[in-house]
Design a protein around this ligand. Sequence first.
Ligand code: ATP
Length: 270
Amino acid sequence: ARAQAMEVDESPSVEYADIGGLEEELTEVREAVEDPLVNPEQFEQVGVEPPSGVLLHGPPGTGKTMMAKAVANETDATFIKMAGSELVQKFIGEGSRLVRDLFDLAEQKEPAIVFIDEIDAVAAERTDSKTSGDAEVQRTMMQLLSEMDGFDERGDVRIIAATNRFDMLDSAILRPGRFDRLIEVPNPEQAARERILEIHTKDMNLAEAVDYATLAEKTEGFSGAQLESLTTEAGMFAIRDGRNEVTMQDFEDARAKLEQESEDGTSTYA
Ligand code: ATP
């Protein structure tokens, strides 16, 4: 069960070029994660410690996991992902044990990037309730912080966490030496939406009239994941209609369908 809680990818295939927009965010992630892995002497020479942990925060489906995977790929590091919700366990000591296993594995596989998704599941600010389950979650978080404290001895292991609920986090995890590099990952703006649509349609057979700028204008507020769903849905409309070319109308129909689903709360996309 323990191995299943972690996703290990020795050579993830996501590349920086697969990410639309997020240029500044990616630069920051690379500075905090890639440079210390590739160029540790520089930090020594300058005499500063690289950031301990990077926290990516922002709405769902905006490319947080993608960025972590791409950095792992481009630095030839193993990507190890754990969902924060998996660290919330029923039995005493089980969550802490998982955290230890996670970091032991990372050390075995180094260079490695540990990615903890939904960190809020273990690192939310405690409210008043002092139930035993709550105390156990607290212990798991303490274990995580103590693993991070022993960090520079760990060599080539970098840690990235992500959350959609930044406001809920316990400030203890944001102290220096912990998740001390915060990077906001917002929904894409116009130019980024155009780029994301271009990326996700690069293998699609598009009619000449399909125009990314117009599509991007009509998809304000969409996340990257939603834009990806839009391209797939548009393709499905063409297929249903027996065509092998995807038209502007297909994108329009797809958008109407996704919008309807999100109003109905039956949405299957992020
Ligand atoms: P969550 O908070 O829900 O875990 P996330 O921010 O980690 O979401 P990802 O898992 O990185 O989101 O994105 C989901 C999918 O959406 C990606 O696999 C990709 O296909 C698409 N996507 C999201 N953002 C982008 C982007 N900026 N550029 C290209 N594709 C994107």
